[in-house]
Design a protein around this ligand. Structure first.
Ligand SMILES: *Cc1c(COP(=O)(O)O)cnc(C)c1O
Length: 476
C-alpha cells in the first residue's frame, strides 16, 4: 500500500470518528456561532506556509479555530431561515464523490454521473407528480436554476437572437413576481440585463400570496404601454412566510398571453412528495419550469437543486456551446449536462441523492416530512392558546410566524422593539436559533421546523424558552 493511502486511511478513520461524535454532540454547541466579526480571520496565518504541515496540526486548528465560527445548521435546535439538512447517507455519498473527484460536464467525462442524474430526476419528478414528459437536471442552487429559466425564456421569445446579437431589437422585456418572492429573482433579472426596473412586483393578499387579478392587470397595462411580458415567477412557498401563489390561475394568465412561467418551490417543494400537498401545483402542466432544493428539506447536503423543464430543447439550445476541445464521439446521442445550465464543470451530485432516496425510501421521507409538519402544528396550537403571543399569518407547512404581544395597549413600535430584543436574546443564548421577517410594519419571528433529527422535546423546550425569555424582557 502506498504511504499516501496509508496516511489517508489513518486520518479518514479519525475524521469519521470525529464526524460521528459531532452528530451525537451537536446540541452541546451554541446553535448560532457567537464569535465577533474578524475573530476567525485574525487567527488565520497571513501567508501560505512555506513548508507543508501535518494533517494532525491542521485538524487541531480546525477544532480550535474553525468550530467556534460555525453555526450549527445540523442542530435540531436550528429553526432559522430554512433547513439545510444533511444526513448520514448524504455524507457517505459525499465522501465517495470527493474521492472520485468526478467532473460530470459531459457524458464522456463520467457516464455514470449523467445517467444516474437522469434517473434521479425521473424518480423525483414522478414521486412529486410533476408532468411525466418534463425533464430534470441538477443545478448548484435555485438561484442558478431561476437565472437559467429567465435566460431560456428570453431566448425562446427572441427566437435565440439575443444570444447572437445581444439585446438589439429586443428591448422592453418585463418579468413579474410577487412582492414576497425571493431575492434571487431580482438578482437574476439584473444579471440577465433586463434591469430590475423591469421586474414588476405584484402585490399580495393578506396571506402573502400573489393577487392574480393584479398580475393580469399589470400584464395588460404593460402590453398597452409597449412592453414585452417575458416571464412570471410564481412562488410555492415564499421564504418570508411560506406563502403559496395561486398557480392554477397564474398559469392560465401566462398561457393566454404566451408568457414563460417559472415555479420557485426551492424550500417547500420537498412536501410535494406528500400526495396531500400535490394540489399546490395544480396547473403545473401549463408552466415551463420548476425548481426545488433537495439541499433544503430533503436531507441531501448542499449543493443539490433539482430543476425541471417542459421543453428541454429550449434549455439546451440556449446554453449549448461546442468548442473543438469539448467535442466527443457521443455528441448528439447522450445528454451533456454542461449544456443544461451555466457552469461547465459539474459535481457528481446525483450520487448523494441516490443514497438518500434509497436509504429512506419514499415512505421514510414522507414520514419525516409529515412528522415535521405535525410538530409545527403543535407549536401553532400552543401559540394560538397563549394570551401573550399571536400568529402573524396562519401556519404554512413547517413554518410558523408569530410575535409577542403581551398587552393590547402597546404601540406597534413598542411591540416590534420587544420582539427584536426577544430574538436577539434567544439567539445570544446559544440554545436555539430563529430568524425574523417583517409583514407590513410588523416585526415577526419565524420558526422553521424540519431538521433531520428534531423531536417533540426540542419544540416544547424551544417554546418554553421563548415564553420565559419574553417574560424576562418585559420585566426589564
Ligand atoms: C432558499 C430559496 C431560494 C434560493 O435558494 P439557493 O439554492 O440558495 O439559491 C430561492 N427561492 C426560495 C423560495 C427559497 O426558499
Amino acid at each position: 500500500m502506498s504511504s499516501e493511502a496509508q496516511k489517508f486511511r489513518k486520518y479518514a478513520h479519525q475524521f469519521v470518528d470525529w464526524m460521528a461524535d459531532y452528530m451525537d454532540n451537536v446540541e452541546q454547541y451554541p446553535v448560532k456561532s457567537q464569535v465577533a466579526p474578524r475573530e476567525i480571520y485574525e487567527q488565520i496565518e497571513q501567508r501560505i506556509p512555506d513548508e507543508g504541515e501535518r494533517i494532525e496540526d491542521i485538524f487541531e486548528d480546525f477544532k480550535k479555530i474553525i468550530i467556534p465560527g460555525i453555526t450549527h445548521w445540523q442542530s435540531p435546535n436550528f429553526f432559522a431561515y430554512f433547513q439545510a439538512n444533511t444526513s448520514s447517507p448524504s455524507i457517505l455519498a459525499e465522501m465517495l464523490m470527493a474521492t472520485l473527484g468526478v467532473q460530470g460536464m459531459k457524458w464522456d467525462t463520467s457516464p455514470a454521473s449523467t445517467e444516474l442524474e437522469e434517473r434521479m430526476m425521473e424518480w423525483l419528478r414522478d414521486a412529486m407528480a410533476l408532468p411525466a414528459d418534463w425533464t430534470g437536471v441538477i443545478q448548484d442552487t435555485a438561484s442558478t436554476a431561476t437565472l437559467a429559466s429567465i435566460i431560456t425564456a428570453r431566448e425562446q421569445k427572441s427566437n435565440y437572437e439575443v444570444n447572437h446579437k445581444g439585446y438589439t431589437g429586443f428591448t422592453n422585456f418585463r418579468v413579474y413576481c410577487s412582492d414576497q418572492t425571493h431575492s434571487s429573482i431580482e438578482k437574476g433579472v439584473k444579471i440577465v440585463g433586463i434591469g430590475k426596473d423591469n421586474l414588476v412586483k405584484v402585490p399580495t393578499d393578506d396571506i402573502q400570496a400573489m393577487k392574480a387579478d393584479l398580475l393580469l392587470a399589470s400584464i395588460e397595462k404593460d402590453i398597452t404601454d409597449g412592453y414585452h411580458p417575458l416571464c412570471v415567477v410564481a412562488a410555492i412557498g415564499t421564504t418570508g412566510t411560506m406563502a403559496m401563489d395561486p398557480l392554477k390561475r397564474i398559469a392560465e394568465i401566462c398561457k393566454k398571453h404566451n408568457i414563460w412561467l417559472h415555479v420557485d418551490a426551492a424550500y417547500a417543494g420537498s412536501a410535494l412528495l406528500l400526495p396531500e400537498y400535490q394540489h399546490l401545483i395544480e396547473g403545473i402542466e401549463d408552466a415551463d419550469s420548476f425548481v426545488f432544493n433537495p439541499h433544503k428539506w430533503l436531507f441531501t447536503n448542499f449543493d443539490c437543486s433539482a430543476y425541471f423543464v417542459k421543453d428541454k430543447d429550449a434549455l439546451v439550445n440556449t446554453f449549448a456551446i461546442l468548442p473543438e476541445y469539448l467535442k466527443t464521439k457521443t455528441d448528439g446521442l447522450v445528454a451533456n449536462h454542461c449544456d443544461w445550465g451555466i457552469p461547465l464543470g459539474r459535481r457528481f451530485r446525483s450520487l448523494k441523492l441516490w443514497f438518500v432516496l434509497r436509504h429512506y425510501g419514499l415512505k421514510g421521507l414522507q414520514e419525516k416530512l409529515r412528522f415535521h409538519i405535525e410538530l409545527t402544528k403543535w407549536l401553532e396550537n400552543e401559540i394560538v392558546k397563549s394570551s401573550d403571543f399571536e400568529l402573524a399569518v396562519p401556519r404554512s407547512m413547517n413554518l410558523v410566524c408569530f410575535y409577542y404581544k403581551p398587552s393590547k395597549d402597546i404601540t406597534i413600535e413598542e411591540q416590534n422593539s420587544l420582539n427584536e430584543r426577544l430574538l436577539n436574546q434567544l439567539n445570544g443564548s446559544g440554545e436555539i436559533y430563529l430568524t425574523h421577517t417583517k409583514i407590513d410594519n410588523t416585526y415577526i419571528l419565524r420558526m422553521s421546523i424540519g431538521q433531520n433529527n428534531v423531536q417533540h422535546a426540542h419544540i416544547s423546550n424551544a417554546w418554553n424558552l421563548i415564553q420565559k425569555t419574553a417574560e424576562g424582557i418585559l420585566l426589564n
